[in-house]
Write a protein that binds this ligand. Structure first.
Ligand code: AMP
Length: 116
């Protein structure tokens, strides 16, 4: 598995970043360059580079990411208006940080899902 990214330092709080959520499996914090008014990243605490690297042992962690997304969407007040969850993988998927992260995006009407 490739090297840790800045997200591991955020998870360990070696870089001061406000955590919106943390438990033994996942952490969540606001995206540094928000694309919409609510833009949160939900990440596994363990370094996993891409979705291609997920194994069956990570099933609970990946499920927890969804549960936390749902909880944070409610806290942000966007659960009823709606939101989008995105995980990018590798170059064609637009992945820039190689530590799996789920984008929670909402707070406004989102455009077409894909711009290709
Ligand atoms: P992706 O293109 O899916 O890999 O998304 C990476 C996301 O990480 C981008 O939306 C960046 O704005 C965000 N990002 C990069 N560095 C940080 C950071 N230090 N704190 C919070 N978000 C970050």
């Amino acid at each position: 598995m490739s090297e840790e990214t800045i997200f591991s330092k955020i998870i360990r709080q070696e870089i001061p970043t406000q955590l919106l959520y943390q438990d033994e499996l996942v952490s969540a914090f606001r995206d540094i360059a928000p694309q919409v008014s609510s833009h949160i990243l939900i990440v596994p605490n363990k370094h996993i580079s891409t979705i291609n690297d997920v194994t069956e042992a990570d099933e609970l962690t990946m499920g927890r990411m969804i549960i936390v997304a749902k909880k944070l969407a409610k806290e942000e007040g966007i659960d009823e208006s709606g939101y989008r969850l995105i995980i990018n993988c590798n170059e064609d998927g637009g992945q820039e940080v190689f530590h799996i992260h789920m984008h929670l995006l909402g707070g406004q009407r989102l455009g077409a899902m894909l711009s290709v």
